[in-house]
Structures are given as structure tokens and as C-alpha cells.
Design a binder for this molecule. Structure first.
Ligand code: KG4
Ligand code: ZN
Length: 370
């Protein structure tokens, strides 16, 4: 079965053809990074206009890379929630029109759930990490999404049955990485460049002990704003009431490297702490041992986090689903893959499918009675 996936929830216009839910026949991503760089963040209006311009060329390219015509497609999956509403609307409108024109099912997919599917995707012609995942015995699973917009833990009973256990109460972890990079004057894109600097020779991740937010002793939520503020104060100085804003001397390049490594270590420690709290909770809710750790989102590209996730999974006796590097960031292959699973279980939408800025159990409203 061939599914065309479409993804436009933020600043990437993406389309992909996935065969039988796992084999990625094409994966086209048109990034808008250049358009947003000068504003140091995504500008929603610019993002939706760029999606309008790119959506059809990107879909055409995905079909051509996969060597298939629209007539061979068995269903069209689209990320319809959560995200920037103007951006989502472009993908949803394109998906509806195509599904209607070829008379094939339309499937609305939750972008955050789709990130958790990305470790199951296989390249057509290589053996990237995660691509050999045995998916026969993964559930119940603990899910971790770490991206620029989301940080969450969940219990999954299947790819399509998820229960949220915790999420961030302020910044998402990717956002914290990006802000930390800005504080440290690390060039855009912040997260990957901070990772590179923190992994460079001589980096000392113990140079500064940053706070790890535990919240309450049993909380499964995350908070990264304290960590970010702590870095800001370490670099610029601590503000004192009634005194002018502190103005520390600029940090040296060695200090920058070591602060990047220390920040990264603290951010990853926070994830590890919440994973170890969440595992027994997920187990007791599921009533049976958790079999795997499913991960996804842009920050799963982080080298230190990847190592720590592997250690956590192996010491906890869990199979690890870690996306290949090009499936960490936003992409349409994960949308097509999860769309395939939904379709297999009989979940399809009709043309009343809506774009929604937040995750919802279902995005299809009941049809008005005739
Ligand atoms: O999943 P994604 O493409 O978009 C959202 O759904 O939000 O994630 C993008 C985020 C950005 O914040 C980016 O800085 C972060 O992932 N990121 C990284 C790394 N690669 C991407 N953060 C830390 N280390 C990396 N290597
Ligand atoms: Zn994402």
C-alpha cells in the first residue's frame, strides 16, 4: 500500500511516499529557514505564504522521486494538528483536493504522535540506525517527544492509542536549546550548532552545574525556563534589585564551548530523570511490563541525548526506537507511516477534516445532518 504524506505544520513544506507503512520511497522537505532567520523565529504569515508556493512542487517531487503517479496512491495522510493554523490549512487543503480528485481515503494525523512513529521508518536503500527496528513486539511502550514545539511523555498501547503522562509547562526542549544558543552567540540553527560545539575537543560539561527542574517529587512534567535563565545569568551576570543591568565581560571561546556542554548535559539529565520516573508509572497504568521506548522530534538528533537514550533503554531492558537522523526533524514520511497504521485500523476522515492548532482526540467534526 502506498501512502502520500503531507506535512506543513510549521516551517517545513514536506511530502513523502511510504510503502506498507515503513519503507520510505521518497522524502522531500523544502525548508523555510532562510526566510525566518532574520527574525530569529518562525513568522506565521511568512510561513503560510511559503507553504502555498511550495506545496505543489514538493508533492510533485515526492511522486517523481518515488517513481509513482497519483493514480497508484492508496491514501493521503496529512498532519492536521497541532501547529500554526495558517500553515496547517495549506497542507489540509492540498490533501483534501488530492484525495477527492483521486477518490482515495484522506487521513488526518497528529504531528506529535507521528514523531513517535519516525523510528519505524526505513530508508529504501540503507541501514540507518533505527531502520531495522523489529516492530512486532513494541507495546505497551513509553513515548518521548523532544522537539522545538513539544516535550512530552506518553504511554502507547499501539501506534494509534496514546495517553499523555507529562509535558513541558513552559519552553519545549528544542526551544531551550535555540534560546541557549542565542545567549551564547552560537549561530543559527542553534540546537545543532550547540550540539556540535558541546561535542568539540576539550569540552568540559562539568564546568558549570546548571539546575535540573524536578518540579514535584512525582511530577512527569518538564520545565526548561529555569535552566535557560540560569545560563543567561551565568553569561551576563545576576541582576540585582535597584542596580543597573549587569554587564559581565564577554565569555571566552573556551567558556562558550564548556557552557554549551554543561547546558546540554543538564537538559539531557532532565529528560533522563523524567524517563526514569515515567517508566514505573506507565507500567502500573498498563498493568504489564513496558516493552520499548519510542522517541522522536528534532532533539533526538542530539548526539548526547542519543547516547543517553541508548543507555537508558538497555539498562531498563527496553527496545529502543530512535529515528534515523533525517527522520528526527519535521518530515512527511512519519505522517505517511502513521497514516498507514490509522488507515489499516479503519480510521479515515472525510472532507470535513479540520486543521487544529492543538492536539485533539479527533479533528473530524460530526457531519451536519442533511
Ligand atoms: O521536530 P522539529 O523539526 O520541529 C518541531 O516539531 O518543533 O524540531 C526542531 C528543534 C529545533 O529547536 C532544533 O534546534 C532542535 O530540534 N534540534 C536540536 C538538534 N537538532 C535539532 N537540538 C539539539 N541538538 C541537536 N542536534
Ligand atoms: Zn515536529
Amino acid at each position: 500500500m502506498l501512502i502520500l504524506g503531507i506535512e506543513t505544520s510549521c516551517d517545513e513544506t514536506a511530502a513523502s511516499i511510504v510503502e506498507d507503512g515503513r519503507l520510505v520511497r521518497s522524502n522531500v522537505i523544502a525548508s523555510q529557514h532562510d526566510l525566518h532567520e532574520e527574525y530569529a523565529g518562525v513568522v506565521p504569515e511568512i510561513a503560510s505564504r511559503a507553504h502555498v508556493e511550495k506545496i505543489l512542487p514538493v508533492i510533485r517531487q515526492a511522486l517523481s522521486d518515488a517513481g509513482v503517479g497519483l493514480g497508484l496512491i492508496d491514501g493521503i495522510a496529512v498532519g492536521n494538528r497541532p501547529g500554526l493554523i495558517g500553515s496547517l490549512l495549506v497542507g489540509v487543503a492540498a490533501a483534501k483536493s488530492l484525495a477527492w480528485s483521486i477518490g482515495k481515503p484522506l487521513i488526518g494525523v497528529d504531528h506529535v504522535q507521528a514523531h513517535l512513529y519516525s523510528g519505524a521508518l526505513r530508508h529504501a536503500d540503507d541501514d540507518a540506525p533505527g531502520s531495522k527496528l523489529d516492530t512486532t513486539n513494541l507495546f505497551p511502550a513509553l513515548g518521548l517527544v523532544v522537539s522545538g514545539g513539544h516535550t512530552s511523555l506518553s504511554l502507547l498501547r499501539s501506534w494509534t492509542d496514546t495517553q499523555r503522562l507529562g509535558s513541558t509547562i513552559d519552553d519545549a526542549i528544542g526551544e531551550a536549546f535555540d534560546k541557549a544558543a542565542a545567549i551564547l552567540n552560537i549561530p543559527y540553527p542553534g540546537g545543532p550548532n550547540l550540539d556540535r560545539l558541546a561535542s568539540s575537543p576539550g569540552a568540559n560539561s562539568s564546568i558549570h552545574k546548571f539546575p535540573i527542574s524536578r518540579l514535584s517529587p512525582t511530577s512527569l512534567d518538564f520545565s526548561f525556563s529555569g535552566l535557560k535563565t540560569s545560563l543567561l545569568y551565568r553569561v551576563r551576570g545576576v541582576p540585582k534589585k535597584g542596580e543597573p543591568a549587569p554587564n559581565n565581560p564577554p565569555i571566552t571561546s573556551d567558556e562558550r564551548r564548556d557552557l554549551a556542554a554543561s547546558f546540554q548535559r543538564a537538559a539531557v539529565d532532565a529528560i533522563r530523570l523524567k524517563l526514569s520516573r515515567a517508566l514505573p508509572v506507565a507500567q502500573s497504568i498498563a498493568g504489564t511490563p513496558i516493552r520499548s521506548l519510542l522517541t522522536g522530534g528534532g532533539v533526538t538528533a542530539n548526539s548526547h541525548l542519543r547516547r543517553e537514550l541508548a543507555v537508558f533503554a538497555s539498562t531498563s531492558n527496553l527496545a529502543l526506537s530512535l529515528p534515523a537522523m533525517d527522520f528526527c526533524m519535521d518530515n512527511a514520511a512519519m505522517i505517511a507511516g502513521l497514516g498507514h497504521q490509522l488507515l489499516k485500523e479503519g480510521h479515515a476522515d472525510d472532507l470535513s477534516l479540520r486543521a487544529a492548532p492543538s492536539s485533539q482526540p479527533t479533528a473530524t467534526l460530526p457531519r451536519p445532518s442533511p
